[in-house]
Write a protein that binds this ligand. Structure first.
Ligand code: DC
Length: 465
């Protein structure tokens, strides 16, 4: 698992990343120490300000080494010389921004960071670890804090080491570094779209650590084997009897894959599909890819609240949809979709009940429908695929079928229904990586391939407008 923690200077990254790594038994990589060491080399070789472009070659020749420490700053060495303290001094802090903006330096250090993190679990900390170094990191955190707070923290650190610098000076230094880091052309500091921002102003260190660890736990739950995802799942029999408590109160939804279940669904859908398909002049292609029986994970793009109906009328088998829990707030709708076998998921959290329900449904040889983009993409683009989908796609015996809906984003406008054309395409089963690939990497591959399949399907559709 890769955890990327980015943020501006003094936001608390080092302390938090180190503590999180320690608590979770992971390795820790301070990428800032690497840039600082190259900056020290460049300073000493007189490469600043005009010959920074020579810094990468010098760094390649010099023997740079970094040693993680459980309880202290990462130690840095140039050959046998230890520079742990020096690289954190004021001179280097001032020189590091222009050095870290050099393309060759970034290419060199990014490659080294990827290599260093290639094996096992690691927490990386820096400016671009979640955007450039590992854009597919499992957990991305963006730490921020007010500039005054960051200057106060830096001052306390310096005082502890016996040096002092005024609050005003530190605010100015940090402000300049923020501007440089965010404004540079290459790998500027910014929050990745899928990063979780934590404002640490006014938070204690244990509080921030706890927040990060909770996010990691939630992610683990999604990525992990079912035994970890829902400990009771391993012991409980799969199929109807294992339906989670939330769903039990609805008698009918206990019948996953059973005759009554599908009968109700068939009844509800027996007269709707032909009319619906005609109203929207639907064109459906790729149905030959759909297995007639057995566990199927149907993953569709998502553009409209009506998408489940468009999927339902296009697909020849009953689908158990995972749908946002908010839909159950409107009780009659909740009852209806429950009868149809849809089940709720609380988005943005590790919803064990929903995970277990989906796994049980697949184990019963039925079809589970999901919208892995998480949110509707009303512009017609393909959205970011949530990596949680891999937990289901990677189950043994599950066939994952990608599907693309086009035109549904125009069906409801200003609360009115418009009978726009809708196109649907099913793709061939997703080719999934085997057990020889590490689990975290497999999850990344699933999202990549799904993303690729969505784009291919979108291109294969005739213009629907
Ligand atoms: O986190 P830090 O203050 O030790 O980082 C030192 C400098 O290195 C900082 O000014 C920006 C740069 N840096 C970077 O550009 N990319 C990273 N991944 C880490 C640090």
């Amino acid at each position: 698992m890769i955890i990327a923690i980015d943020g501006p200077a003094g936001s608390g990254k080092s302390t938090i990343a180190r503590e999180v790594a320690k608590r979770l038994g992971m390795r820790y990589l301070d990428t800032g120490a690497m840039y600082r060491t190259v900056a020290l080399l460049a300073l000493e070789a007189g490469l600043l300000p005009d010959r920074i472009h020579e810094a990468a070659a010098l760094a390649t020749k010099s023997d740079l080494r970094f040693v993680d420490q459980a309880d202290d700053l990462t130690r840095a060495f140039i050959g046998d010389r230890e520079v742990t303290e020096e690289i954190r001094g004021r001179e280097v802090s001032k020189a590091v921004s222009p050095v870290s903006a050099d393309a060759a330096v970034r290419t060199l250090l990014t490659a080294q960071q990827r290599e260093a993190a290639a094996h096992g679990d690691v927490v990386l900390e820096g400016r671009d670890t979640g955007t450039v170094v590992f854009p597919d990191a499992d957990v991305k955190i963006y730490l921020v804090a007010s500039i005054e707070e960051r200057a106060r923290r830096r001052r306390a650190q310096l005082l502890a080491k016996g040096t002092d610098q005024s609050q005003e000076e530190l605010v100015a230094d940090i402000g300049a570094r923020d501007a440089y880091d965010s404004g540079r052309d290459i790998a500027p500091l910014y929050k990745a779209g899928d990063a979780v921002e934590i404002d640490t102003t006014g938070m204690t260190i244990p509080e921030v650590i706890q927040a990060v660890c909770s996010l990691v736990e939630a992610k683990r739950l999604h990525l992990a084997a079912p035994a970890e995802a829902a400990p009771q799942a391993a012991a409980a029999p799969s199929g109807p009897a294992a339906v989670p408590a939330k769903a039990k109160k609805y008698l009918l939804s206990r019948m996953i894959g059973g005759p009554l279940d599908s009968l109700l669904y068939r009844f509800a859908f027996s007269f709707i599909p032909p009319v619906w398909r005609r109203l929207f002049r639907m064109k459906i292609k790729g149905v030959e890819h759909i297995p007639a029986s057995g566990a199927v994970l149907l993953v569709s793009n998502h553009r409209s609240n009506l998408d489940p109906f468009f999927v339902g009328v296009s697909f020849p088998r009953q689908i158990h949809f995972m749908a946002k829990a908010e839909l159950w707030k409107f009780k009659p709708l909740g009852k209806l979709i429950d009868i149809l076998g849809t089940f709720p998921v609380n988005r943005g959290e590790a919803d064990r009940t929903a995970v277990k329900r989906a796994l049980d449904t697949l184990a019963a040889g039925a079809v589970v429908g999901m919208f892995p983009e998480g949110h509707r993409q009303r512009t017609g683009e393909v959205g970011q695929i949530q990596s949680g989908v891999s937990l289901f796609a990677l189950r043994e015996g599950v066939v994952t079928i990608p599907m693309m809906l086009d035109g549904t984003e125009r069906v409801v406008k200003k609360g009115l229904m418009r009978f726009h054309r809708v196109r649907v395409a099913f793709g061939p089963p997703l080719e999934l990586p085997g057990a020889e690939v590490p689990r975290a990497q497999r999850a990344v591959l699933v999202t990549e391939r799904l993303n690729q399949a969505f784009h291919e399907l979108l291109e294969s559709l005739p213009e629907a407008r």
